[in-house]
Design a protein around this ligand. Structure first.
Ligand SMILES: Nc1ncnc2c1ncn2[C@@H]1O[C@H](COP(=O)(O)OP(=O)(O)OP(=O)(O)O)[C@@H](O)[C@H]1O
Ligand SMILES: [Mg+2]
Length: 335
């Protein structure tokens, strides 16, 4: 068995406070595994720590604790030239391609930039490789001379993907990469990502707040709440039998084309996300959880396996009336 492309354990990232602003532990005890050719979806409300997790695995933010293995090699302490080499293998695609594409340069030069910087490739070789990359993402060679503003949102995202592919990465972190696109363009870009994954045995960490999108592309999904992963598992199990009340609430907020769940009442998330700089004690979700018990206010639940695959951090799984790992009946859905 090949080692996973990415194995992260116990990641913790804290942003220090400034002046009267409290520090925030944006990522707390997060562990992830992504195999070769696999897509892991990462979902959760705004501010739950998804982007920071993506940046942490690429070693773009300092880790307070935790270990990161890439292809079986411990890269946690990589620096300098080692880190630069590592970053070639792991790329990021953002929601807003303007953050990776220079608006004042033809896209061909943005796509060629990593080739120039990292590979010291000669001009003609670079031009050939840019054409090849444009072709891979379904664009024409002549597109190289156009500026980012001359593209549609979907085309611009294709350009960003071409740039990310330039150095033959193994892992691409897609941070809300299709979130700004309309549904049909989203589908086209997702199909492209799927083709590329199969062709090059790529792995994705696919970050999105839209659970419907993640269902289409991910093999496994991890759900974040206030910096922690509260549930993870194969997409089929998590979407049909969510174990954590937070996952259940997130899923019930989207129209699910599953006849078994159709007609089920929506579980609305009551209240706002607590202040991430002062998370509640015990289970971080207890302040909004319809099933909160006394123990939830005191003790952080440990990750425990769920029937059907994956795991969840919820006291319901080990104590009390277990709802975990099976769909809610009509009676159990809180009004
Ligand atoms: N550079 C930073 N400095 C200080 N705090 C930060 C920084 N980046 C993120 N945070 C804080 O860390 C927490 C997690 O932020 P993050 O951007 O990772 O969330 P997210 O899940 O990606 O949210 P969104 O869905 O809105 O993109 C938030 O409380 C945020 O305010
Ligand atoms: Mg984000």
């Amino acid at each position: 068995m090949k080692p996973p492309v990415l194995q992260a354990e116990g990641l913790r990232v804290t942003f220090p406070g400034k002046g009267r602003r409290q520090g925030v532990t944006a990522v707390d005890d997060v562990s992830l595994r992504i195999d070769r050719g696999e897509t892991l979806g990462l979902v959760g409300e705004s501010g739950s720590g998804k982007s920071t997790t993506g940046r942490a695995v690429l070693r773009l933010v300092p880790l307070e604790t935790g270990r990161i293995h890439v292809d079986g090699e411990d890269v946690t302490r990589y620096r300098g030239a080692q880190l630069r080499r590592l970053r070639r293998q792991m790329q990021m695609v953002f929601q807003d391609p303007y953050s990776s594409l220079d608006p004042s340069a033809p896209v061909g030069s943005s796509i060629a930039e990593p080739l120039r910087v990292h590979e010291k490739m000669a001009k003609q070789a670079r031009r050939d490789r840019v054409e090849e990359l444009l072709d891979l993402v379904g664009l024409r060679p002549s597109h190289a001379d156009r500026y980012p503003y001359e593209f549609s949102g979907g085309q611009r995202q294709r350009v960003a993907i071409a740039r990310a592919l330039a150095l033959h990465p193994r892992l691409i972190v897609c941070d809300e990469a299709v979130s700004a696109l309309d549904v049909s363009t989203q589908n086209q870009v997702i199909n492209l990502l799927e083709d590329l994954r199969e062709r090059f045995e790529l792995s994705y960490l696919f970050i999105a707040h839209d659970l419907a999108v993640v269902r289409h592309i991910a093999h496994r999904v991890a759900v974040m709440y206030l910096g922690r992963i509260v549930e993870s598992g194969p997409v089929e199990r998590v979407y049909s039998q969510p174990a954590h009340p937070y996952t259940q609430a997130l899923l019930s907020a989207i129209p699910v084309p599953d006849p078994k769940r159709r007609g089920a009442k929506r579980i609305l998330l009551s209240g706002d996300l607590p202040d991430p700089s002062a998370p509640p004690p015990g289970c971080p979700f207890h302040t909004r959880c319809a099933y909160a018990m006394d123990v939830c206010k005191r003790e952080m639940p440990a990750m425990t396996p769920v029937a059907g695959g994956g795991e969840t951090a919820c006291h319901l799984q080990t104590t009390g009336p277990t709802l975990a790992g099976r769909p809610l009946s009509e009676k159990e859905v809180p009004a």
